[in-house]
Write a protein that binds this ligand. Structure first.
Ligand code: SF4
Length: 465
Protein backbone atom coordinates (compact mmCIF):
# COMPACT_ATOMS: atom_id res chain seq x y z
CA UNK A 1 0.00 0.00 0.00
CA UNK A 2 1.26 3.50 -0.80
CA UNK A 3 0.85 6.84 0.96
CA UNK A 4 -2.12 9.07 0.22
CA UNK A 5 -1.56 12.70 -0.80
CA UNK A 6 -2.38 14.05 2.66
CA UNK A 7 0.26 11.91 4.37
CA UNK A 8 2.85 12.83 1.73
CA UNK A 9 2.32 16.57 2.13
CA UNK A 10 2.20 16.26 5.91
CA UNK A 11 5.53 14.43 5.97
CA UNK A 12 7.15 16.88 3.56
CA UNK A 13 6.18 19.80 5.82
CA UNK A 14 6.95 18.24 9.19
CA UNK A 15 9.60 20.21 11.06
CA UNK A 16 9.53 17.97 14.15
CA UNK A 17 7.29 16.12 16.55
CA UNK A 18 6.60 18.24 19.63
CA UNK A 19 6.66 16.92 23.22
CA UNK A 20 2.84 17.16 23.16
CA UNK A 21 2.77 14.60 20.34
CA UNK A 22 1.64 17.28 17.90
CA UNK A 23 3.49 18.02 14.69
CA UNK A 24 5.26 21.30 14.06
CA UNK A 25 4.18 21.85 10.46
CA UNK A 26 5.75 24.31 8.02
CA UNK A 27 3.20 26.60 6.32
CA UNK A 28 4.02 27.33 2.69
CA UNK A 29 1.42 30.03 2.12
CA UNK A 30 -0.30 32.26 4.66
CA UNK A 31 -3.34 34.25 3.59
CA UNK A 32 -4.62 36.98 5.87
CA UNK A 33 -7.60 39.31 5.88
CA UNK A 34 -8.99 42.13 7.95
CA UNK A 35 -11.18 40.33 10.49
CA UNK A 36 -8.89 37.79 12.12
CA UNK A 37 -5.44 39.38 11.69
CA UNK A 38 -5.49 42.57 13.86
CA UNK A 39 -5.37 40.67 17.18
CA UNK A 40 -2.59 38.43 15.84
CA UNK A 41 -0.46 41.43 14.87
CA UNK A 42 -1.13 42.96 18.30
CA UNK A 43 0.09 39.75 20.00
CA UNK A 44 3.15 39.75 17.77
CA UNK A 45 3.94 43.30 18.83
CA UNK A 46 3.42 42.55 22.52
CA UNK A 47 6.12 39.90 22.28
CA UNK A 48 8.44 42.07 20.21
CA UNK A 49 8.35 39.61 17.30
CA UNK A 50 8.49 40.27 13.55
CA UNK A 51 7.04 38.43 10.54
CA UNK A 52 9.52 35.68 9.62
CA UNK A 53 8.66 35.26 5.92
CA UNK A 54 6.59 38.24 4.73
CA UNK A 55 7.01 37.00 1.16
CA UNK A 56 4.93 33.91 2.07
CA UNK A 57 2.05 36.03 3.42
CA UNK A 58 -0.59 37.76 1.26
CA UNK A 59 -3.48 39.94 2.37
CA UNK A 60 -6.88 40.94 1.04
CA UNK A 61 -10.01 42.57 2.39
CA UNK A 62 -13.32 40.74 2.04
CA UNK A 63 -15.64 40.42 5.06
CA UNK A 64 -16.24 44.06 5.89
CA UNK A 65 -15.89 45.67 2.50
CA UNK A 66 -19.18 47.22 1.35
CA UNK A 67 -20.33 45.88 -2.00
CA UNK A 68 -22.22 49.06 -2.82
CA UNK A 69 -20.60 52.39 -1.97
CA UNK A 70 -16.89 51.66 -1.44
CA UNK A 71 -15.85 55.29 -0.86
CA UNK A 72 -13.38 55.75 2.00
CA UNK A 73 -13.81 56.23 4.84
CA UNK A 74 -16.36 53.38 4.89
CA UNK A 75 -19.76 54.24 6.38
CA UNK A 76 -19.20 51.74 9.21
CA UNK A 77 -16.43 53.10 11.50
CA UNK A 78 -15.53 49.59 12.69
CA UNK A 79 -15.05 48.42 9.09
CA UNK A 80 -12.90 51.48 8.38
CA UNK A 81 -10.83 50.75 11.49
CA UNK A 82 -10.21 47.14 10.40
CA UNK A 83 -9.25 48.30 6.91
CA UNK A 84 -6.80 50.85 8.30
CA UNK A 85 -5.29 48.28 10.65
CA UNK A 86 -4.66 45.90 7.73
CA UNK A 87 -3.17 48.72 5.65
CA UNK A 88 -0.87 49.63 8.56
CA UNK A 89 0.23 46.09 9.33
CA UNK A 90 0.91 45.07 5.73
CA UNK A 91 2.92 48.29 5.19
CA UNK A 92 4.87 47.86 8.41
CA UNK A 93 5.79 44.21 7.81
CA UNK A 94 6.25 44.33 4.02
CA UNK A 95 3.27 42.06 3.19
CA UNK A 96 1.64 42.22 -0.25
CA UNK A 97 -1.91 43.57 0.16
CA UNK A 98 -4.45 43.12 -2.63
CA UNK A 99 -6.49 46.18 -1.70
CA UNK A 100 -9.35 47.87 -3.52
CA UNK A 101 -6.92 49.81 -5.70
CA UNK A 102 -5.00 46.69 -6.78
CA UNK A 103 -7.68 45.40 -9.13
CA UNK A 104 -7.08 42.00 -7.45
CA UNK A 105 -9.12 42.35 -4.26
CA UNK A 106 -11.68 39.71 -3.46
CA UNK A 107 -12.64 36.93 -1.09
CA UNK A 108 -9.45 35.36 0.20
CA UNK A 109 -10.41 31.87 -1.04
CA UNK A 110 -11.23 33.20 -4.48
CA UNK A 111 -8.11 35.30 -5.05
CA UNK A 112 -5.57 32.70 -3.81
CA UNK A 113 -6.39 30.23 -6.60
CA UNK A 114 -7.11 32.96 -9.14
CA UNK A 115 -3.64 34.45 -8.67
CA UNK A 116 -1.94 31.07 -8.82
CA UNK A 117 -0.78 31.42 -5.21
CA UNK A 118 -2.58 28.18 -4.33
CA UNK A 119 -0.60 25.25 -5.74
CA UNK A 120 -0.50 21.46 -5.32
CA UNK A 121 1.60 20.08 -2.50
CA UNK A 122 1.41 23.21 -0.37
CA UNK A 123 0.33 23.72 3.20
CA UNK A 124 -1.89 26.80 3.20
CA UNK A 125 -3.27 28.52 6.29
CA UNK A 126 -5.73 31.36 6.76
CA UNK A 127 -7.72 32.69 9.70
CA UNK A 128 -10.95 31.49 8.16
CA UNK A 129 -12.61 28.10 8.39
CA UNK A 130 -13.25 27.85 4.65
CA UNK A 131 -9.52 27.61 3.91
CA UNK A 132 -10.31 23.99 3.05
CA UNK A 133 -11.22 25.45 -0.39
CA UNK A 134 -7.55 25.40 -1.40
CA UNK A 135 -7.46 21.63 -1.10
CA UNK A 136 -9.09 21.52 -4.54
CA UNK A 137 -5.54 21.86 -5.91
CA UNK A 138 -4.12 18.92 -3.98
CA UNK A 139 -2.87 21.02 -1.10
CA UNK A 140 -3.63 21.01 2.62
CA UNK A 141 -5.77 24.09 3.37
CA UNK A 142 -6.09 24.78 7.09
CA UNK A 143 -8.44 27.23 8.76
CA UNK A 144 -6.69 28.62 11.85
CA UNK A 145 -7.48 30.80 14.86
CA UNK A 146 -5.96 34.12 15.89
CA UNK A 147 -3.25 32.65 18.10
CA UNK A 148 -2.19 30.35 15.28
CA UNK A 149 -2.05 33.32 12.89
CA UNK A 150 0.39 34.89 15.35
CA UNK A 151 2.43 31.68 15.41
CA UNK A 152 2.57 31.49 11.62
CA UNK A 153 3.52 35.15 11.27
CA UNK A 154 6.35 34.68 13.78
CA UNK A 155 7.60 31.19 12.84
CA UNK A 156 5.88 30.14 9.58
CA UNK A 157 4.87 26.97 11.43
CA UNK A 158 1.86 25.55 13.25
CA UNK A 159 1.46 23.00 16.03
CA UNK A 160 -1.15 20.47 14.88
CA UNK A 161 -2.46 17.03 15.63
CA UNK A 162 -2.59 14.89 12.52
CA UNK A 163 -6.12 13.97 11.42
CA UNK A 164 -7.13 10.65 9.88
CA UNK A 165 -8.00 10.51 6.18
CA UNK A 166 -11.36 9.43 4.76
CA UNK A 167 -11.62 8.79 1.03
CA UNK A 168 -15.00 9.77 -0.41
CA UNK A 169 -15.76 8.48 -3.90
CA UNK A 170 -18.62 9.86 -5.94
CA UNK A 171 -18.91 7.53 -8.91
CA UNK A 172 -20.73 7.93 -12.19
CA UNK A 173 -22.18 10.91 -14.02
CA UNK A 174 -24.15 13.79 -12.54
CA UNK A 175 -27.63 14.34 -13.92
CA UNK A 176 -28.59 17.52 -15.80
CA UNK A 177 -28.84 20.54 -13.48
CA UNK A 178 -26.82 18.82 -10.72
CA UNK A 179 -23.64 20.64 -9.70
CA UNK A 180 -20.66 20.45 -7.36
CA UNK A 181 -22.69 22.35 -4.75
CA UNK A 182 -25.31 19.62 -4.86
CA UNK A 183 -22.60 16.97 -4.40
CA UNK A 184 -21.27 18.57 -1.24
CA UNK A 185 -24.71 19.30 0.24
CA UNK A 186 -25.63 15.68 -0.47
CA UNK A 187 -22.42 14.36 1.14
CA UNK A 188 -22.92 16.47 4.27
CA UNK A 189 -26.56 15.37 4.52
CA UNK A 190 -25.38 11.74 4.39
CA UNK A 191 -22.22 11.91 6.53
CA UNK A 192 -23.49 14.53 8.97
CA UNK A 193 -22.21 17.93 10.06
CA UNK A 194 -20.00 16.24 12.63
CA UNK A 195 -19.10 13.20 10.51
CA UNK A 196 -15.77 14.66 9.41
CA UNK A 197 -14.47 15.67 12.84
CA UNK A 198 -10.93 14.33 13.18
CA UNK A 199 -10.70 13.61 9.44
CA UNK A 200 -9.29 15.12 6.29
CA UNK A 201 -11.61 14.34 3.38
CA UNK A 202 -10.10 13.14 0.11
CA UNK A 203 -12.72 13.52 -2.66
CA UNK A 204 -12.46 11.35 -5.75
CA UNK A 205 -14.38 9.09 -8.07
CA UNK A 206 -15.36 9.79 -11.66
CA UNK A 207 -17.97 12.47 -10.82
CA UNK A 208 -15.43 14.54 -8.85
CA UNK A 209 -12.64 13.98 -11.36
CA UNK A 210 -14.94 15.25 -14.14
CA UNK A 211 -15.46 18.59 -12.36
CA UNK A 212 -13.58 21.73 -13.34
CA UNK A 213 -11.41 23.45 -10.72
CA UNK A 214 -14.17 25.80 -9.62
CA UNK A 215 -16.50 22.88 -8.94
CA UNK A 216 -13.76 21.14 -6.97
CA UNK A 217 -13.26 24.34 -4.96
CA UNK A 218 -16.99 24.46 -4.09
CA UNK A 219 -16.77 20.92 -2.72
CA UNK A 220 -13.55 21.39 -0.73
CA UNK A 221 -14.84 24.75 0.55
CA UNK A 222 -17.69 23.11 2.42
CA UNK A 223 -15.65 20.26 3.93
CA UNK A 224 -15.63 22.19 7.19
CA UNK A 225 -19.45 22.24 7.15
CA UNK A 226 -19.22 18.46 7.36
CA UNK A 227 -16.79 18.71 10.28
CA UNK A 228 -13.61 18.06 8.25
CA UNK A 229 -11.09 20.85 8.66
CA UNK A 230 -9.33 19.73 5.47
CA UNK A 231 -10.78 18.57 2.16
CA UNK A 232 -8.84 17.91 -1.03
CA UNK A 233 -8.84 16.50 -4.54
CA UNK A 234 -5.76 14.91 -6.10
CA UNK A 235 -4.06 17.17 -8.66
CA UNK A 236 -4.42 16.16 -12.31
CA UNK A 237 -4.25 17.78 -15.77
CA UNK A 238 -7.39 19.85 -14.95
CA UNK A 239 -5.46 21.37 -12.03
CA UNK A 240 -2.35 22.06 -14.09
CA UNK A 241 -4.32 23.63 -16.98
CA UNK A 242 -6.05 25.96 -14.52
CA UNK A 243 -2.77 27.11 -12.99
CA UNK A 244 -0.67 27.58 -16.12
CA UNK A 245 -0.01 31.25 -16.85
CA UNK A 246 -1.51 32.61 -13.61
CA UNK A 247 0.48 35.49 -12.09
CA UNK A 248 2.12 33.52 -9.23
CA UNK A 249 2.31 30.13 -10.97
CA UNK A 250 5.84 28.90 -11.77
CA UNK A 251 7.14 29.91 -15.20
CA UNK A 252 9.52 28.42 -17.80
CA UNK A 253 11.81 25.72 -16.41
CA UNK A 254 10.27 26.15 -12.95
CA UNK A 255 6.89 25.19 -14.43
CA UNK A 256 8.27 21.89 -15.78
CA UNK A 257 9.95 21.13 -12.45
CA UNK A 258 6.74 21.97 -10.58
CA UNK A 259 4.71 19.68 -12.84
CA UNK A 260 7.04 16.80 -12.05
CA UNK A 261 6.66 17.39 -8.32
CA UNK A 262 2.89 17.90 -8.46
CA UNK A 263 2.40 14.67 -10.45
CA UNK A 264 4.31 12.73 -7.80
CA UNK A 265 1.91 13.78 -5.03
CA UNK A 266 -1.41 12.19 -6.00
CA UNK A 267 -2.68 9.23 -3.98
CA UNK A 268 -2.10 6.00 -5.89
CA UNK A 269 -4.81 3.44 -6.63
CA UNK A 270 -3.40 1.35 -3.76
CA UNK A 271 -3.22 4.25 -1.25
CA UNK A 272 -4.13 3.58 2.34
CA UNK A 273 -6.98 5.39 4.11
CA UNK A 274 -8.44 5.29 7.61
CA UNK A 275 -11.93 5.09 6.16
CA UNK A 276 -13.56 4.87 2.75
CA UNK A 277 -17.13 5.61 1.61
CA UNK A 278 -18.78 5.53 -1.81
CA UNK A 279 -21.76 7.32 -3.29
CA UNK A 280 -23.45 7.19 -6.69
CA UNK A 281 -23.65 10.48 -8.62
CA UNK A 282 -26.94 9.36 -10.16
CA UNK A 283 -28.60 9.50 -6.70
CA UNK A 284 -27.92 13.23 -6.34
CA UNK A 285 -30.61 15.79 -7.13
CA UNK A 286 -30.38 19.58 -6.96
CA UNK A 287 -30.20 20.05 -3.18
CA UNK A 288 -31.79 22.61 -0.84
CA UNK A 289 -31.26 23.03 2.89
CA UNK A 290 -34.38 23.34 5.00
CA UNK A 291 -32.90 23.82 8.47
CA UNK A 292 -30.23 25.57 10.48
CA UNK A 293 -27.14 23.60 9.51
CA UNK A 294 -25.90 22.53 6.07
CA UNK A 295 -26.59 18.85 6.80
CA UNK A 296 -30.33 19.51 6.99
CA UNK A 297 -30.75 19.27 3.24
CA UNK A 298 -33.02 17.41 0.84
CA UNK A 299 -33.36 16.99 -2.90
CA UNK A 300 -35.59 19.67 -4.38
CA UNK A 301 -38.25 17.07 -5.16
CA UNK A 302 -38.28 15.66 -1.62
CA UNK A 303 -40.40 16.29 1.45
CA UNK A 304 -38.95 17.41 4.77
CA UNK A 305 -38.20 14.58 7.20
CA UNK A 306 -40.57 13.43 9.93
CA UNK A 307 -38.85 13.68 13.31
CA UNK A 308 -39.27 9.94 13.93
CA UNK A 309 -37.35 9.16 10.73
CA UNK A 310 -34.26 10.95 12.07
CA UNK A 311 -31.59 9.52 14.37
CA UNK A 312 -32.40 10.32 17.98
CA UNK A 313 -29.44 12.69 18.40
CA UNK A 314 -30.62 14.74 15.39
CA UNK A 315 -34.18 15.36 16.59
CA UNK A 316 -33.57 18.28 18.97
CA UNK A 317 -31.77 20.26 16.24
CA UNK A 318 -34.48 19.35 13.75
CA UNK A 319 -37.19 20.56 16.16
CA UNK A 320 -35.33 23.83 16.61
CA UNK A 321 -34.90 24.10 12.84
CA UNK A 322 -38.63 23.60 12.16
CA UNK A 323 -39.45 26.22 14.77
CA UNK A 324 -37.00 28.77 13.38
CA UNK A 325 -37.72 28.17 9.71
CA UNK A 326 -41.50 27.98 10.06
CA UNK A 327 -41.57 24.70 8.09
CA UNK A 328 -43.26 21.46 9.11
CA UNK A 329 -42.24 17.83 8.75
CA UNK A 330 -43.58 16.22 5.61
CA UNK A 331 -44.02 19.42 3.60
CA UNK A 332 -42.38 19.80 0.20
CA UNK A 333 -39.40 22.18 0.08
CA UNK A 334 -40.39 23.21 -3.47
CA UNK A 335 -42.83 26.08 -3.28
CA UNK A 336 -41.29 27.78 -0.20
CA UNK A 337 -41.69 31.51 -0.94
CA UNK A 338 -38.45 33.46 -0.91
CA UNK A 339 -37.82 37.16 -0.21
CA UNK A 340 -34.13 37.40 -1.10
CA UNK A 341 -31.83 35.78 -3.65
CA UNK A 342 -28.08 35.94 -3.03
CA UNK A 343 -25.46 34.72 -5.50
CA UNK A 344 -21.87 34.99 -4.30
CA UNK A 345 -19.47 33.83 -1.52
CA UNK A 346 -16.26 31.78 -1.52
CA UNK A 347 -18.34 28.69 -2.28
CA UNK A 348 -20.13 29.99 -5.37
CA UNK A 349 -18.92 33.47 -6.35
CA UNK A 350 -16.61 32.42 -9.19
CA UNK A 351 -17.04 32.99 -12.91
CA UNK A 352 -18.50 29.53 -13.63
CA UNK A 353 -21.11 30.13 -10.89
CA UNK A 354 -22.10 33.44 -12.43
CA UNK A 355 -22.24 31.83 -15.88
CA UNK A 356 -24.52 29.07 -14.59
CA UNK A 357 -26.90 31.52 -12.93
CA UNK A 358 -26.88 33.89 -15.92
CA UNK A 359 -27.76 30.98 -18.24
CA UNK A 360 -30.95 30.45 -16.21
CA UNK A 361 -31.79 34.16 -16.06
CA UNK A 362 -31.05 35.17 -19.64
CA UNK A 363 -34.00 36.93 -21.24
CA UNK A 364 -36.19 36.52 -18.14
CA UNK A 365 -37.35 38.69 -15.22
CA UNK A 366 -37.27 37.73 -11.56
CA UNK A 367 -40.34 38.22 -9.37
CA UNK A 368 -40.66 41.88 -8.36
CA UNK A 369 -41.01 41.13 -4.67
CA UNK A 370 -37.65 39.30 -4.58
CA UNK A 371 -34.62 41.37 -3.62
CA UNK A 372 -31.80 39.79 -5.62
CA UNK A 373 -28.11 40.58 -5.47
CA UNK A 374 -25.14 39.07 -7.26
CA UNK A 375 -21.69 39.61 -5.77
CA UNK A 376 -18.61 38.50 -7.72
CA UNK A 377 -16.06 36.73 -5.54
CA UNK A 378 -13.28 39.01 -6.72
CA UNK A 379 -12.58 42.06 -8.85
CA UNK A 380 -11.13 39.75 -11.49
CA UNK A 381 -14.33 37.69 -11.57
CA UNK A 382 -16.23 40.96 -12.05
CA UNK A 383 -13.95 41.97 -14.95
CA UNK A 384 -14.43 38.59 -16.63
CA UNK A 385 -18.19 38.67 -16.08
CA UNK A 386 -18.35 42.14 -17.60
CA UNK A 387 -16.31 40.99 -20.62
CA UNK A 388 -18.87 38.19 -21.16
CA UNK A 389 -21.87 40.49 -20.66
CA UNK A 390 -23.06 38.55 -17.62
CA UNK A 391 -23.54 41.70 -15.54
CA UNK A 392 -26.04 42.95 -18.13
CA UNK A 393 -27.96 39.65 -18.04
CA UNK A 394 -28.23 39.86 -14.24
CA UNK A 395 -29.29 43.51 -14.29
CA UNK A 396 -31.85 42.98 -17.06
CA UNK A 397 -33.35 40.12 -15.02
CA UNK A 398 -33.72 42.37 -11.97
CA UNK A 399 -30.60 41.50 -9.92
CA UNK A 400 -28.43 44.18 -8.33
CA UNK A 401 -24.83 43.92 -9.55
CA UNK A 402 -22.36 44.56 -6.71
CA UNK A 403 -18.64 44.98 -5.99
CA UNK A 404 -16.54 42.01 -4.81
CA UNK A 405 -16.69 40.79 -1.20
CA UNK A 406 -18.28 38.35 1.23
CA UNK A 407 -21.49 40.39 1.25
CA UNK A 408 -24.53 38.56 2.58
CA UNK A 409 -22.71 35.30 3.27
CA UNK A 410 -21.86 36.63 6.72
CA UNK A 411 -23.30 40.17 6.67
CA UNK A 412 -20.36 41.86 8.41
CA UNK A 413 -21.11 44.69 5.98
CA UNK A 414 -24.26 46.57 4.91
CA UNK A 415 -25.74 43.53 3.05
CA UNK A 416 -28.09 41.90 5.55
CA UNK A 417 -31.43 40.10 5.72
CA UNK A 418 -34.22 42.08 7.38
CA UNK A 419 -36.50 40.48 9.96
CA UNK A 420 -37.73 36.99 9.01
CA UNK A 421 -36.84 37.26 5.34
CA UNK A 422 -36.24 33.91 3.63
CA UNK A 423 -33.13 33.86 1.49
CA UNK A 424 -32.19 31.53 -1.35
CA UNK A 425 -28.42 31.67 -1.05
CA UNK A 426 -25.42 30.21 -2.85
CA UNK A 427 -23.32 30.57 0.31
CA UNK A 428 -22.22 27.86 2.73
CA UNK A 429 -23.81 28.40 6.15
CA UNK A 430 -27.45 28.55 7.18
CA UNK A 431 -26.87 29.01 10.92
CA UNK A 432 -29.41 31.17 12.75
CA UNK A 433 -28.44 34.83 12.30
CA UNK A 434 -25.74 34.06 9.73
CA UNK A 435 -27.10 36.46 7.11
CA UNK A 436 -27.40 39.39 9.49
CA UNK A 437 -30.88 39.10 11.01
CA UNK A 438 -31.42 37.00 14.16
CA UNK A 439 -34.77 35.85 12.79
CA UNK A 440 -33.65 35.67 9.12
CA UNK A 441 -33.77 32.32 7.35
CA UNK A 442 -31.36 30.84 4.81
CA UNK A 443 -31.83 28.10 2.22
CA UNK A 444 -28.51 26.95 0.74
CA UNK A 445 -28.50 25.81 -2.89
CA UNK A 446 -26.49 26.10 -6.10
CA UNK A 447 -26.27 29.43 -8.00
CA UNK A 448 -28.50 28.06 -10.79
CA UNK A 449 -31.09 27.02 -8.19
CA UNK A 450 -30.94 30.52 -6.62
CA UNK A 451 -31.57 32.02 -10.06
CA UNK A 452 -34.52 29.67 -10.58
CA UNK A 453 -35.94 30.58 -7.17
CA UNK A 454 -35.65 34.30 -7.98
CA UNK A 455 -37.55 33.77 -11.24
CA UNK A 456 -40.31 31.74 -9.61
CA UNK A 457 -40.40 33.66 -6.30
CA UNK A 458 -40.19 30.31 -4.54
CA UNK A 459 -37.96 27.26 -4.29
CA UNK A 460 -38.23 25.48 -7.59
CA UNK A 461 -36.42 22.77 -9.53
CA UNK A 462 -34.00 24.44 -11.94
CA UNK A 463 -34.50 21.51 -14.33
CA UNK A 464 -38.11 22.43 -14.89
CA UNK A 465 -37.97 26.20 -15.27
S1 SF4 B 1 -17.66 34.31 1.64
FE1 SF4 B 1 -18.52 33.73 3.60
S2 SF4 B 1 -17.55 31.81 4.20
FE2 SF4 B 1 -16.35 32.71 2.54
S3 SF4 B 1 -14.71 33.85 3.55
FE3 SF4 B 1 -16.41 35.29 3.21
S4 SF4 B 1 -17.69 35.21 5.05
FE4 SF4 B 1 -16.30 33.43 5.10
Amino acid sequence: MSQNLFDRIWDLHTVKTLPTGQTQLFVGLHLIHEVTSPQAFAMLKERGLGVLYPQRTFATVDHIVPTGDQQRPFGDPLAEEMMQALERHTREYGIRFFNLESGRQGIVHVIGPELGLTQPGMTIACGDSHTSTHGAFGSIGLGVGTTQIRDILATQTLALSKPKVRRIDVDGTLGAGVTAKDIILYLISRLGVKGGIGYAYEYGGSAVEALDMEGRMSICNMSIEGGARVGYVNPDPTTFDYLEGRPYAPKGGDWEAALGFWRSLASGADAEYDDRVRFAAAEIEPMVTWGINPGQAVGVGDRLPELESLAEDERATARKAYEHMGFRPGQAIAGAKIDVAFIGSCTNGRISDLRAAAAVLKGRKIQEKVKAIVVPGSMQVAVQAHAEGLDEIFKAAGFQWRGAGCSMCLAMNPDKLQGRELSASSSNRNFIGRQGSPSGRTLLMSPAMVAAAALAGEVTDVRTI
